[in-house]
Write a protein that binds this ligand. Structure first.
Ligand SMILES: [Zn+2]
Length: 73
């Protein structure tokens, strides 16, 4: 099984592995910047190297939140 397949399989079980360290990622409240916006979300983070996994769903949801906030102003 390739590394890529193993990560995909783990993600399906909601248990992500860091590509670099092969360590189990832990949910952690993390701030990140995307498209110039600052977000805070609970994201899987590697306890070894600090790599954060940001899924497309999280980004899309957060972008929508920001867009709604901007429209309300
Ligand atoms: Zn790592």
């Amino acid at each position: 099984m390739s590394e890529q397949e193993r990560v995909k399989e783990s993600a399906a079980e909601n248990h992500l592995l860091c590509l670099k360290c092969n360590a189990a990622m832990e949910q952690q409240k993390t701030s990140f910047t995307y498209l110039g916006f600052n977000f805070e979300a609970s994201l899987p983070r590697c306890p070894v190297c600090g790599q954060v996994y940001i899924s497309e769903d999280i980004v899309k949801g957060k972008i929508k939140e920001v867009e709604t906030l901007l429209e309300d102003k």
